[in-house]
Design a protein around this ligand. Structure first.
Ligand SMILES: [Zn+2]
Length: 299
């Protein structure tokens, strides 16, 4: 009997660890392979931190990745408007940081859509340098997704084979998901990633499942950052999982939004959401590798 009680207590303890989200390792029976974090921010200096305590450089993130089973990670920068020299310097810095990592990091460079022709020229330069993805942030960069300038950069990125990563939650623009829908339909050769699945507006993303029936919207992917962490333990968790499956689990990428969440916390939340091991493999690793054409990991 005592042994039986001990077993039960040990099981309860292990379940508690699994449920707490602090465990770095994979859940029992879940996906245990390599993880790519498709959404992590790089801080280069005193004035570009997402949080005051975000470490500068890649050393801290590299250590945090190792403890979370993340073998490859995006490094995102966000361009400011009106200073192309600074934009180019920032892009060169993120490219250099990725190069120095021996393949662990890949660069997600940025331009400001309202910087006009120089921004388009910078996209050309970035494509030649091997960059695969460009970050746009309608809130931080203060632009409207419906601005014609956004059409111009998205079309150009598509021509150059660059994937466009957009933040997709602007609480003061309730129509933003509709604007992304229109953007994807107007630029079918451009590939968009909508970070956070619209966050609390994730229900709106179901429209992308609907327009796929009309052979549109297949050029849109979503990253799980912020939203899966926020809702994995909520009454809306089954709806979030259902929405993702309706759109197609092959169009979702794991992301942490570091330094907002650590990769370990974000990965634990995704494991709790109820994806099958095959779906986890796709979201944690395979989808982003396919979308960006990333080479196999060094090991
Ligand atoms: Zn972010």
């Amino acid at each position: 009997m005592r042994a039986g009680i001990k077993t039960v207590l040990a099981l309860a303890a292990s379940l508690a660890v699994a449920a707490s989200g602090d465990a770095a390792g994979p859940a029992v029976g879940g996906y245990a392979g390599p993880i790519t974090d498709a959404h992590a921010h790089l801080r280069l200096g005193a004035d570009d931190g997402l949080l005051d305590n975000q470490p500068i450089g890649t050393v801290a993130l590299r250590e945090i990745d190792a403890s979370a089973g993340v073998t490859r990670s995006a490094l995102i920068v966000i361009a400011r408007r009106g200073d192309m020299a600074a934009t180019r310097r920032q892009n060169d810095a993120v490219i250099a940081a990725a190069k120095a990592s021996g393949g662990h990091f890949y660069p997600v460079a940025s331009v400001h859509p309202l910087d006009g022709a120089p921004a388009l020229a910078e996209l050309e330069r970035l494509a030649k340098l091997g960059v695969r993805e460009i970050k746009f942030h309608p809130n931080t960069q203060n632009f409207d997704v419906a601005d014609p300038a956004v059409d111009t950069v998205v079309e150009k990125a598509g021509e150059l084979g660059l994937v466009c990563l957009f933040d997709s939650y602007k609480p003061w623009d309730a129509n933003e998901m509709g604007k992304f829908l229109l953007l994807s339909v107007k630029h079918p050769k451009s590939r968009l990633v909508l970070a956070h699945i619209g966050f609390s507006q994730f229900r709106e993303a179901i429209a992308f499942a609907q327009i796929k029936k009309l052979n549109m919207g297949g050029n849109v992917w979503f990253d799980t950052s912020a939203t899966v962490s926020a809702f994995a333990e909520s009454p809306m968790a089954p709806e979030l999982l259902w929405t993702m499956r309706q759109i197609g689990m092959d169009h979702f990428l794991f992301g942490s939004d570091w330094p907002v969440d650590t990769p370990a916390v974000a990965a634990a939340a995704l494991r709790r959401l109820g994806l099958t091991p095959a779906e986890q493999r796709a979201v944690f690793h395979d989808n982003v590798q396919k979308l960006l054409g990333l080479p196999p990991e060094a090991g």
